[in-house]
Design a protein around this ligand. Structure first.
Ligand code: SF4
Length: 323
């Protein structure tokens, strides 16, 4: 936690005195705040499996994507403080609900506390893999603090174009930082392991296609082919949704989708996943609701306003085990 005294956890290097309650770009102090925990069925097949992925959404963010789908929790402050033991209890509850893994979303600004919560859950019996689902705008030194607790690294590679990174993510140094972070993840992981169809250990690099900016996607695919092929899986996502902000104001179209699929073939990338073309807002969450996603996509387990949520698909109310 000493890292937070003059915070340099992420590449923003704000120097904010978070232990004294000051906040940097990420908007968060010293406590961990969580918005939602649910069993999510919309992740890549070796992550969702039959039981779903135990997704935990952390409040705050080190990036400032102008089209963020999770802006309620990344920028607008939605969420509730939890102690490390409470968070460990949420991880255990997800495991007891049958989750295939614990999927921590956007926790880069809370690395020390999340690491401790995972260790507490492990001591209390958590056995499923832990996923680190991040923007990759992270310092390798901070990631190193998680080397003993993270099993699957799930970074984005949003762009390698500095102008686009400044314009859409408010971080012109994103390409350089993300490249270093992902290389560090692949070095730390050094292999891939499955139990049945479920990934137990490995790296999956996600890339969201931006409508109208296919050259950025082409650069990312070329980088993957040169630097990561054989060491990580690639996941190409098409769910970009116009938000009324200053991002692209349309969905990915069929011509763009086919172009990207052709480029995958051109670069010889065949180890990974591509999402079906998404052209509606079905993926947009609303963290005001007990279940922020559609009931087909997710089953809520914990919510920042209600705490543990009853499983509405079962007769009995769900009661989590104590630590
Ligand atoms: S984690 Fe937050 S406070 Fe720390 S350097 Fe990054 S944005 Fe600034």
């Amino acid at each position: 936690m000493e890292n937070l005294r003059s915070c340099t956890l992420c590449p923003r290097l704000c120097g904010a005195g978070r232990l004294e309650g000051r906040r940097g770009f990420c908007g968060e102090g010293a406590e961990i705040r969580i918005a939602s925990a649910s069993i999510h069925r919309g992740e890549e097949p070796p992550l969702s499996g039959g039981g779903g992925s135990g997704t935990v959404f952390v409040s705050g963010c080190t990036l400032g994507c102008v089209f963020c789908q999770n802006y309620q929790i990344s920028r607008s402050g939605m969420g509730r403080s939890v102690s490390q033991d409470e968070l460990a209890g949420i991880f255990l509850a997800l495991g007891e609900m049958g989750a295939e893994n614990i999927n921590i979303v956007t926790g880069s600004h809370a690395v020390p506390a999340l690491g401790e919560a995972i260790r507490a859950a492990r001591r209390a019996g958590l056995q499923i893999p832990v996923l680190w689902n991040s923007s990759a705008y992270e310092n390798p030194d901070a990631l190193f603090l998680l080397r003993d607790v993270v099993d699957v690294w799930l970074p984005d590679l949003k762009t390698l174009d500095t102008d686009l990174a400044a314009r859409f993510f408010r971080a012109p140094d994103y390409p350089e930082a993300a490249e270093k972070a992902i290389l560090a993840m692949m070095d730390m992981q050094g292999g891939r392991e499955y139990r049945g169809e479920i990934l137990q250990r490995g790296v999956i690099i996600r890339h969201l296609v931006l409508p109208g900016y296919l050259e950025s996607t082409r650069k990312v695919l070329r980088w993957f082919a040169d630097q990561a092929q054989g060491r990580a899986l690639l996941s190409v996502m098409t769910q970009y949704t116009p938000s009324g902000g200053s991002g692209p104001e349309r969905f990915v179209n069929t011509r763009e989708y086919e172009t990207v699929l052709n480029w995958l073939a051109e670069f010889g990338i065949d180890d990974g996943f591509y999402q079906e073309l998404v052209q509606d807002s079905a993926w947009l969450p609303d963290f005001n609701r007990a279940n922020p996603f559609s009931s087909e996509l997710s089953v809520p387990v914990w919510h920042w306003r209600y705490g543990f949520v009853h499983d509405c698909h079962k007769e009995d109310a769900y009661v989590p085990a104590a630590l």
